[in-house]
Design a protein around this ligand. Sequence first.
Ligand SMILES: *Cc1c(COP(=O)(O)O)cnc(C)c1O
Length: 380
Amino acid sequence: MMKLATKYIHAGTEPDPSTGAIMTPIYQTSTYVQEAPGVNKGYEYARSQNPTRKALEDAYAQIENGKFGLAFASGVAATDAVIKLLSPGDEVIAANDMYGGTYRLFTKIFAKFGIQFTYVDTTNVANIRNAISPNTKLIWIETPTNPLMNITDIAAVSVIAKEAKALLCVDNTFASPYLQNPLDFGADIVMHSATKYLGGHSDVIQGCLMMNDAELREQLYFIQKSCGAVPGPMDCFLVLRGIKTLHIRMQRHCENGSVIAHWLRKQPKIAKVYWCGFEDHPNYAIAKKQMRDFGGMLSFELKDDSMDAAKKVLSSTKLFSLAESLGGVESLINHPASMTHASIPREKRLENGLSDTLIRLSIGIEDADDLIEDLSKAIG
Ligand SMILES: *Cc1c(COP(=O)(O)O)cnc(C)c1O
């Protein structure tokens, strides 16, 4: 089997048939001229098909070891498409610790259409088993979770999903395909916010789904073209370009993540660091089993648990920019309670262990010494 570096550079892109251009052109067109009614080159209208998107969708399939890939206008548009496989009365078991926008989509948009969501701590798979009912049609997990870095055993959940005849969808955004490939562990669908590590340069919003089952692909393609949340060709081009350097970016994200996680842990003003590469992380054994490395996402709490102390750190870094999002080449610092996770009610956040003063870092690919110096000054 092709090694990751080779795969990421060649996935999906073939020289352009009309000119030989090595990089897939940005096919900025809405429609395609047909020779006669129904006689066309496989492209009719750009909501349904676009050559730049096609190249990217082929790349998506390959990088997740899947047969099929589909691109969407954003990560949440990809999630939205998965839930539209369901009907009123169907039940979804979802993680109680996941991206705030996913929780908002489930509770504020889809619940009113009669789809039921049960939230459980998926790090203990028995909780999922106990929540299964005859109406369970989908299990939705995220691992590692955002922002607490909890790990769920994908292979174990996939066994439960198969027994229940429910689909398993894994939001693999935090790990990226470089660290973990859920289809290999029995997941039915992998979802990514390509906005993050796949794009990698903080310049595009996009989402994707990868799968192996042809019928499932047909259903999701039907939703993609019928509901229309497709990305434009320029955005597809940017993600195609991003994927080519995924392996070298991820290597550095992982190296820097490890150095900074270990450094932070030794600082006298730090109470706790959340990073799944620590050997005493409660799910370390599972992380080690299903991930190739541990990534560049981590969170921490200060010993001084006042909001003022957290705010001081959040507003005094110079290299770490205070912003939502993650997975780009530049380092970001974020306050989940007021930013990425503000859409989750406070009591729910606290119940799930997400404190008001937790600080999340997306470690970029700058020099680790400079990042440490920046954090060191901000923590004081
Ligand atoms: C950002 C993110 C999403 C949503 O993706 P968008 O591209 O912002 O729509 C979903 N899941 C996770 C884990 C994310 O980080």
